[in-house]
Design a protein around this ligand. Structure first.
Ligand code: NAD
Length: 428
């Protein structure tokens, strides 16, 4: 699908400016909130296994911490850009604010390709990153988490380096740690389940019975799989799932009009996350082009893979039957598509509300770490459901009362909360 030159930072600032106009935000608050508060650009020398030293560029960008310590993932990517990290830091602030957790927004990244690095080199890179940033991170300052191409092991190395430098146990420094090493139960399910908690509420408000609905999903990774699991548990029927094929370097849509058995599809997924095409066909799936997920005759679309997937040309293929889009992925819809979605009268649950289950559970992880007391999974998921449901209801209510598009209503709530915090602190 089309992935033309959308600069995410320009998109994030444009979205902010539009809402700042809508709520008539004063000039100083506008200037403060439309850009990151602090940016750290670091170089990280790493001794490679062959004896040479390679210097990596890393970033930590803290957009705003008026409502609490900054929070956001660290990504490893060979094509990482400062503007992407800036945009993601803004979105983290709005995400934490819309679900009303006492955290600000940040994002980090290192330009590298972990696929071409040994585990020992990756460990030295993680430790080097923390050595450069230890004074500006920590449980009461800025709390990182895993993101693209980083995982619980990277977070543990980073936490260990931070604890070594600071001489104590500070498990609330970083989230996304493995369970048993300070991680929270329920984190694996949290984002996908959160997507479906918001979908469940959206359907209720539209008076649609979930058991009468069908859905098509883009992606079959962490978010998509758990969204698919909960949606089918609630009685919905998934008829198509699109996923990247690592062998053919293209995506395919796997369709079964009788309804997809999620366990069955997971059982034929390999370690790279690709689905075994031959086995899928043997199990009765139709193999369609990767972009076909969006053209299915379904009630619900769940983009849970990548950014910039719902574009004006893609929307030309969308079925008239579609009533709800829940954005599980970050930024799946291009800014020029929102007007088309509005005109089609499709109910949209915007990304920073829809996929906030992940950061909400990370917040629970931090709380549990700070108390050194861990909750059972049921308790984590129950608290998650409450948070997501009340956040959804607040956004839905405002959108109804003020006749606002759901994305704008979510922004109005988030930006108002952060603006109020900076004012109460006397920053503006
Ligand atoms: P993941 O790496 O586990 O899965 C990504 C999925 O997308 C894979 O199934 C892959 O096959 C699929 N994919 C890639 N390219 C595709 C294409 N062209 N067409 C169809 N499918 C394609 O990632 P994830 O953690 O599930 O994250 C998915 C999205 O959700 C991302 O935008 C991420 O930023 C966002 N998100 C994730 C979390 C989280 O907790 N994991 C939290 C908030 C937001």
């Amino acid at each position: 699908m089309e992935n033309k030159t959308y600069n995410p930072y320009v998109s994030a600032q444009t979205q902010f400016d539009n809402v700042a106009n809508l709520i008539d935000l004063d000039q100083a608050t506008r200037e403060l909130l439309r850009q990151p508060n602090k940016e750290f650009h670091v170089t990280i020398p790493v001794k490679m296994d062959d004896g040479t030293t390679k210097v990596f560029n890393g970033y930590r960008i803290q957009h705003n911490d008026a409502r609490g310590p900054a929070k956001g993932g660290i990504r490893f990517h060979p094509q990482e850009t400062v503007d992407t990290i800036r945009a993601l830091s803004l979105w983290m602030t709005w995400k934490c604010a819309v679900v009303d957790i006492p955290l600000g927004g940040a994002k980090g990244g290192i330009i590298c390709d972990p696929h071409n690095m040994s585990m020992a080199e990756q460990e030295r890179l993680c430790r080097g990153y923390v050595r450069q940033l230890s004074k500006v991170m920590g449980p009461v300052v800025d709390v990182p988490a895993p993101d693209v191409m980083t995982n619980g092991q990277h977070m543990l190395w980073m936490m260990d380096e931070y604890e070594t430098i600071n001489g104590g146990h500070y498990p609330g420094t970083i989230t996304g740690k493995p369970v048993g090493m300070g991680g929270s139960l329920g984190r694996t399910e949290a984002t996908g389940y959160g997507v479906i908690y918001t979908l469940r509420e959206a359907l209720k408000s539209l008076n649609i019975d979930v058991t009468s609905t069908t859905a098509s999903i883009q992606g079959f990774g962490n978010v998509a799989e758990y969204a698919a699991r909960l949606y089918t548990k609630l009685g919905g029927k998934i008829i198509a799932i699109s996923c990247w094929d690592n062998e053919d370097k293209k995506s395919y849509t796997y369709r079964n009009l009788n309804g997809i058995d999620v366990d069955q599809l997971v059982s034929i997924k390999n370690t790279f996350g690709s689905i075994n095409k031959q086995k899928a066909i043997e199990l009765g799936f139709e193999l369609l082009d990767g972009d076909e997920w969006i053209a299915q005759d379904v009630d619900i679309l769940l983009p849970c893979a990548l950014e910039n997937q719902i574009t004006p040309p893609a929307l030309e293929k969308i079925s008239d039957k579609v009533k709800v889009i829940c954005e599980g992925a970050n930024g799946p819809t291009t800014p020029d598509s929102d007007e088309i979605i509005k005109a089609k009268n499709i109910y949209l649950v915007p990304d920073f509300l829809c996929n906030a289950g992940g950061v909400t559970c990370s917040y629970f992880e931090q709380v549990q770490c700070n108390m050194n007391y861990f909750w059972p999974k049921e308790e984590v998921l129950e608290k998650l459901d409450q948070k997501m449901t009340s956040a959804f209801q607040a956004v839905h209510k405002l959108s109804q009362e003020k006749n606002l598009y759901m994305r704008d209503a979510a922004y109005v709530i988030a930006i108002n909360r952060v603006a109020e915090a900076v004012k109460l602190r006397g920053w503006v």
